[in-house]
Design a protein around this ligand. Structure first.
Ligand code: NAD
Length: 255
């Protein structure tokens, strides 16, 4: 089983979908979890799940990743509660628009960029500052997407933000590797979560089948399949992996 020498992880967007599953899987391996989310109800539900299903501890912090002081509080909570911040998963994100590029209202563009790109930078900078102070450094995973590697019609802000997350990941990995901080990204294919439900991609059978067909495996992924990759990148099995954009996509990019 994947081994972890660190004690604590912070997961943004931990109140739902991939983030919730990632928090649960860290907890199942004995890592304490700071669940950070703008949605208090979802975040507190994840904490309850972790406490019921594992021996690890969990704390909820209400965080909007676009707000520097709230992100700082997430990091200081990990240190105060668990003594360090060994791992961080910058996963919070929104789906955003479904309009063609020229029809996209400016505020929609800005909101997606603010949360999905600037939010990751906000998290990174506070997490790196903390990890740089620790003897053992740390490991960070940013949640990108296959849409960080290829385009997708009617998702220009989302694809721009996710391409940006990969650039940010690679640059930060180069800057902080020698200080013991490994930084990687995961690029999931389409995964069955509330995000896809809200975008109407699960309930409409025709849209669902079209999306499934774009994957070599002709199905959607599960949050657990993405969480497994996040855990591996953070673990003691991946100590020579940094600056990687790991696609977990059921063959989407092979097409
Ligand atoms: P989800 O909607 O189930 O979960 C996203 C979580 O992020 C929610 O709990 C939400 O409250 C939180 N969040 C949103 N804005 C926030 C903010 N400003 N501050 C803090 N928290 C905020 O979605 P998911 O599918 O689990 O997505 C998680 C990540 O995975 C996202 O970054 C998404 O872009 C990425 N991703 C998802 C898919 C997919 O098909 N589901 C594919 C590729 C990448």
């Amino acid at each position: 089983m994947t081994q972890f020498s660190g004690d604590a992880v912070a997961v943004t967007g931990g109140g739902s979908g991939i983030g919730r599953q990632t928090g649960l899987e860290f907890a199942n391996r004995g890592v304490d979890v700071v669940v950070a989310d703008v949605d208090r109800e979802g975040g507190e539900e994840t904490v309850e799940l972790i406490e019921n299903e594992s021996d690890a501890e969990a704390t909820f912090v209400e965080v909007d990743v676009t707000e520097s002081d709230q992100v700082e509080e997430m990091v200081s909570t990990a240190v105060e509660e668990y003594g360090s911040l060994d791992y961080a998963v910058n996963n919070a994100g929104i789906g955003g628009q479904q309009e063609l590029t020229a029809d996209l209202p400016e505020e929609n563009w800005q909101r997606v960029i603010d949360i999905n790109l600037t939010g990751v930078w906000q998290c990174l900078r506070h997490e790196i500052r903390q990890m740089n102070e620790q003897d053992d450094g740390g490991a960070i995973v940013n949640m990108a997407s296959i849409l960080g590697k290829v385009g997708f019609e009617t998702a220009s802000a989302y694809t721009a933000a996710k391409h940006g997350v990969l650039g940010l990941t690679k640059t930060a990995a180069l800057e902080y590797g020698t200080e013991g901080v490994r930084i990687n990204a995961v690029c999931p294919g389409f995964v069955e979560t509330p995000m896809l439900e809200e975008a109407g991609m699960l309930s409409d059978e025709t849209i669902r089948e079209e999306i499934e067909r774009r994957h070599g495996l002709e199905r959607l992924g599960t949050p657990a399949e993405i969480a497994d990759a996040v855990l591996w990148l953070c673990s003691d099995d991946a100590t020579f992996t940094s600056g990687e954009a790991l696609a977990i996509d059921g063959g989407y990019l092979a097409r």
